[in-house]
Design a protein around this ligand. Structure first.
Ligand code: ADP
Length: 451
């Protein structure tokens, strides 16, 4: 950039200098001619007819009086009668010389030309007198000579010009670059860029836009990375949980099989061992079915259709009647007839079933359960309120997590793997429903699903 500015300013100044030199030469030349013409007029006015003879001698005398200016006398017909610088000119016809022609016509005339006789540039002034033509002339430099004479001065000026250009370039570059430098500094520090220079505004705008875009992209990338990390963590946890859940029944089965194979058990003990093996295998099968079911919800892209939720809920309650009675639980229901929901039968079945099963499972002896399915305003809701053991506030957030059970010692005893509410939550999320839970330890729990 410095080189460019230096080159341009030097070129501009050099051209200006050259133009100035040519112009001033021209002006100087013109003014010097004007001045010479004035001198010549004054010189001519000194001519006295009776003082100088009209021949070479007279011309020389007159020239000497004028301090060396060339003097030529010509007869009325233009033939030279005397010349101060060239005595041999006598007898030569000068009538065609422009100054002589002009003087013949108007009394006086000027001419500037290279003298044929002397081979130099001269300015002539010719006046008509009673004796004939009197011509005075002075040497003059041609415009080219003036210009060539001024070349050393021009070179000096050019050197000064280069020096000025170097200094100018340094300060100009600093001046131009400093706002750009400031922008680069701010950009490096990720600050919002500002400028007072209109010319830099487009760059600043583009950089600011880019900065915003980059920040957004970085945020997106970091969010995506977080999601991937989360997914990976969750997958690992899921696998760890499944293997843990499988481990208990498998250990038990293996232990009993070893005992049976060793023939160490009597008939009664063998019977009990077979029974345990059967229960644990059921539990394993159940676990695998639960996991498969949980994973299937994710991939389930089947279209929803109208389901008679009221009918479905009635059926579920009917199937659960024996267990409810067995536990001495009082079950009441408030179900609006023919309430239709956009869903799938198996999904709604799981939401209703899992929540009601928990209300029975975590209830107390002779407790009660109230099931509601109603429309309220433009929304329908399903609620199950029990008078069971309740859930401590510290667990409320996590009960919807996979494999999360509040009381680990109960784990498996009631057949729960901590997947029931995770399934409910997943279905609600995919269907755009909301699920809420309210609970008090020892008093009871209420789950509400709003469709
Ligand atoms: P589980 O198969 O163990 O029942 P869930 O996902 O259905 O798993 O429930 C998670 C945990 O939430 C249960 O282990 C239980 O501790 C608690 N829970 C769920 N429903 C109720 C309820 N109605 N009353 C008390 N605790 C409940």
């Amino acid at each position: 950039m410095k080189k460019k500015i230096f080159g341009i300013s030097l070129a501009i100044m050099a051209v200006v200098l050259l133009l100035y030199a040519i112009l001033s030469t021209q002006l100087f030349y013109n003014s010097s001619i004007e001045q010479t013409q004035t001198y010549l007029k004054v010189y001519a006015s000194f001519y006295e007819a009776d003082k100088y003879t009209f021949d070479n001698a007279g011309a020389c005398a007159y020239s000497a009086d004028l301090g060396g200016a060339r003097v030529t006398f010509m007869a009325e017909n233009g033939v030279v009668t005397g010349d101060s610088d060239d005595n041999d000119l006598v007898g030569i016809d000068h009538s065609s010389r422009s100054e002589v022609v002009e003087a013949g016509e108007s009394g006086s005339g000027f001419a500037t030309r290279s003298s044929d006789t002397l081979g130099k540039d001269m300015i002539y002034y010719c006046v008509k007198t009673e004796n004939g033509f009197v011509r005075v002339a002075l040497y003059t430099s041609s415009a080219l000579t003036v210009l060539s004479d001024s070349i050393p001065t021009i070179i000096w000026f050019l050197l000064v010009d280069i020096l000025i250009c170097v200094i100018f370039t340094y300060f100009a570059t600093e001046y131009i670059i400093s706002p750009v430098r400031q922008i680069a500094k701010d950009a490096a520090l990720n600050r919002k860029l500002k400028t007072n220079y209109k010319e830099l505004e487009p760059i600043v705008d583009i950089l600011n836009k880019r900065n915003v875009e980059i920040s957004a992209q970085l945020k997106e990338i970091s969010e995506e990375r977080d999601l991937v990390e989360k997914a990976q963590k969750s997958k690992n946890e899921f696998i760890a949980n499944i293997t843990h859940e499988m481990n208990t029944p498998l250990t038990s089965i293996k232990g009993y099989v070893d005992l049976l194979a060793g023939g160490l058990l009597n008939e009664e003990q063998s019977k009990a061992a077979y029974e345990t093996i059967r229960k644990q295998s059921d539990r394993l099968t159940n676990l695998v079915a639960c996991v498969i079911n949980y994973n299937e919800i994710d991939n389930d892209e089947l279209p929803p259709y109208e389901v008679n939720a009221s009918k479905l809920l009635d059926e579920i309650l009917l199937t659960m009647k024996p267990v409810v009675e067995e536990k001495g639980i009082t079950l009441t229901s408030d179900i609006e007839e023919n309430l239709l929901l956009q869903s799938r039968y198996e999904r709604l079945n799981q939401v209703f079933g899992n929540i009601i099963r928990n209300a029975i499972r975590y209830n107390k002896e002779n407790g009660s359960i109230a099931v509601t399915l109603k429309r309220e305003g433009d929304k329908a809701f399903f609620a199950v309120a029990d008078t069971g053991i309740g859930i401590d506030e510290s667990h409320l957030e996590r009960i919807f997590d996979r494999f999360y059970t509040v009381d680990k010692s109960h784990n498996g005893k009631n057949g729960g793997f901590g997947l029931g509410l995770a399934v409910v939550k997943k279905i609600c999320k995919r269907s755009g429903w909301t699920i809420k839970v309210k609970s008090e330890v020892g008093v009871g729990t209420t789950f509400t699903v709003t469709f």
